[in-house]
Design a protein around this ligand. Sequence first.
Ligand SMILES: *Cc1c(COP(=O)(O)O)cnc(C)c1O
Length: 379
Amino acid sequence: MHIESLLAQAGNGKDQVTGAVSFPVYQTATFRHPALGESTGYDYSRSGNPTRQVLEDLIANLEGGARGLAFASGLAAITNVLSLFRPGDHLVLCQDLYGGTYRLLEQVYGPWGLTASYVDTSDLEQVYGAITSQTKAIFIETPTNPTMRITDLSAVSQICRERDLLLIVDNTFMSPYLQQPIALGAHIVVHSGTKYLGGHNDVVAGLVVAATEDIGERLAFHQNASGAVLAPWDAWLLVRGIKTLGLRLDRAQENAATIARWLETHPAVEGVDFIGLENHPGREVHFRQAKGPGAMISFRVKDPAIIARVLQRIQLISFAESLGGVESLLTFPARQTHGDIPLEIRERCGVTDSLLRLSVGIENVQDLIADLDQALAFE
Ligand SMILES: *Cc1c(COP(=O)(O)O)cnc(C)c1O
């Protein structure tokens, strides 16, 4: 079946008892046992909840994996994946990583004994060069956040097969509607469900998909053992959001393409990173592995001194952290999402004081352009 149909039908047909088209919220902590030694399949909601199960099966199906797991946030999902490693293990990651993932690795897992190297994974030589005898996995975001660098997932998956490493992909920016890393060789996909999957800036959530039952079992054990599960209401909100993922992304991408071309011609702007633009360096690799450019744009202003004014002047667009919702948001990565990344790494990745990141929503594109135009206007 095509993905549009899977999305629209999310949860439908799963409630065998009443036939509810919208799968109900099972707002319960515990479940009655029919008899000693018997279970309905559900015992306690940390271990399993029917509403969460619908979401977990759905994301596994959308990503083409064996097992899906839902967590209280994207970082809880990434923490779950890190449970596969032991002190002394080493990971190779893309250098312009989501700031929260960097902080988790450096400030929580570093002292515990997990080490990490951050390289430009769009350059395979750098990936090879960073692998040590202790390396256990490669962790990729493609496109990266916020500078939209592209990594060739099939090529990195080949390296992982050669060196017996796990390939973990944070697919938050693309969602399974545009990119399915497991089909390209990834062992694990993670998501901040807060972004495109939820899609309405109303829920914080995280998802993990394991390509195999074996990895899925290990991650599910840790999900129950450490307990950062997604609550039933939030699971319901996510299923509800996922139904319109394709429509939202189609519209947001179209808006983003129009805005990116407009920004390129604006006198206050000196560079636009949008994968849909002809001059984007990762374009060819990206369109081999993904169906669309996504709806994230990063751009540099000529004079960083105008940033505070732009952020204050925007009206329709909100100055806020996050991305992937129906509402357009403008973010200042150097101070917000990437504030915890040391200046030296930040500058190497191009996350400078002149960079703004726009998450394009589904509003009327002329209204969005008019808002940016008045905010960027010279005095
Ligand atoms: C937001 C984000 C995360 C973290 O997710 P939370 O839901 O905020 O915990 C991880 N990776 C990427 C790429 C993100 O954008």
